[in-house]
Design a binder for this molecule. Structure first.
Ligand SMILES: *Cc1c(COP(=O)(O)O)cnc(C)c1O
Length: 355
């Protein structure tokens, strides 16, 4: 079976993990610091602060911006649930705005009508490795004095008019096992604002700058040096991983028939965390079975709009956003990861042609 994702580890990871174990410093230490420096350089930001996951990155970024009870954050309903849940964790309320069918990202034209006196931030999600349309989003945020918190969990090193994901607002990344680069579990917050960086550092370690002196209520959301060692080996291979994903996606775009293939807007680079087609004339469950029978694994990201998840229904959400409703029924992600061989790609093309 051609898997939908496949983490890629080699000697580079082993060497660095071994170094950590032999040093005896396994909690947050020098490897975390090194990873933060290389991650900030990757994004072109002043600061990168490592945390325990993408979810905790989002949670702490929101808290660092002072978001909490009574506030509203505008975001996409077509995402992994962590995006919106991080808003709930702070006591604030997510406000869902529909997406564009061509990019799967939040539609900037619909943001302004969702702004209320309680709105404090916009959280665009760079879904599948393609950045949201940041120029109008930044312009709206500036006009209404809102923070921008980018959910870049799927978009390591993606660009928008030459600027990297995570460098527009406060960037939040995941280093989970299946992401374009991984530390097994882990996360990163990027910013050019020294105050935000300092707040995230405090919040990840019990609100403490000096050990056993606690200034604010914080958490234990630290990354370990063992995880950072894996992340360091991975960040040094990210460009190569992304280039292979881009080559694979280009091949699929050229050869797939009968399905709507993903497009990249001018001025953007897609890093293809997922390669996602839309099925308009075929039943999706049947398609998944047919692909499986031909040895191709596929996956639905995401089958249910966030506002329709039980967690949200229980909180009184009752929305119907037409584009989100339509694409949740149509999308299907195919393998695009760097471990695919050219014969795997041929198998995928043939399997899709048979749908
Ligand atoms: C993976 C992911 C997250 C959460 O990251 P974790 O590291 O799994 O906590 C948040 N948002 C999106 C869009 C993701 O894909």
């Amino acid at each position: 079976m051609i898997a939908i994702s496949k983490p890629q580890f080699g000697d580079e990871e082993l060497v660095l993990v071994r170094e950590v174990l032999e040093s005896g410093v396994v909690a947050q230490g020098p490897k975390v610091k090194q990873l933060e420096e290389e991650f900030a350089a990757l994004c072109g930001t002043q600061y990168a602060v490592a945390v325990s996951s993408g979810t905790t990155a989002l949670h702490l970024a929101l808290l660092a911006h002072g978001i909490g009870q009574g506030d509203e954050v505008i975001t996409s309903p077509f995402t992994f649930i962590a995006s919106a849940n991080s808003v709930l964790f702070t006591g604030a309320t997510p406000r869902f705005v529909d997406i564009r069918p061509d990019t799967f990202n939040i539609d900037p034209a619909l943001i302004e009508e969702a702004i209320t006196p309680r709105t404090k931030a916009i959280m665009p999600v760079h879904l599948y490795g393609l950045m949201a349309d940041m120029d109008p989003i930044m312009e709206i945020a500036e006009r209404h004095n809102l923070a921008v918190i980018e959910d870049a969990a799927q978009a390591h090193a993606a660009t928008y008019h030459g600027r990297k994901a995570g460098s527009f607002g406060t960037g939040c990344f995941s280093l989970y096992a299946t992401k374009n680069m991984t530390s097994a579990e882990g996360g990163m917050v990027t910013t050019n604002d020294p105050h935000i960086a300092e707040q995230v550092r405090l919040l990840r370690a019990h609100g403490s700058k000096v050990r056993y002196y606690h200034d604010i209520l914080g958490y234990n959301f630290r990354l370990t040096d063992l995880h950072a060692a894996v992340g360091l080996a991975q960040i040094r291979k990210l460009e190569q991983f992304n280039a292979i994903r881009q080559r694979n996606a280009e091949f699929l775009n050229q050869h797939l028939k009968n399905v709507i293939t993903p497009q990249v807007p001018a001025g953007q680079t897609h890093v293809w965390h997922q390669y996602t087609i839309r099925l308009t004339h075929t039943d999706r469950d049947t398609a998944i079975e047919k692909l499986k029978a031909k040895g191709v694994d596929s996956a639905v990201f995401y089958p249910v709009p966030v506002y329709r998840q039980k967690v949200y229904l229980d909180r009184g959400y009752d929305q119907f956003l037409p584009v989100t409703e339509e694409v949740t029924k149509q999308v299907l992600s195919l393998p695009v990861h760097p471990a695919l061989s050219s014969s795997d790609l041929e198998v995928i093309v043939d399997a899709v042609a048979s749908l």
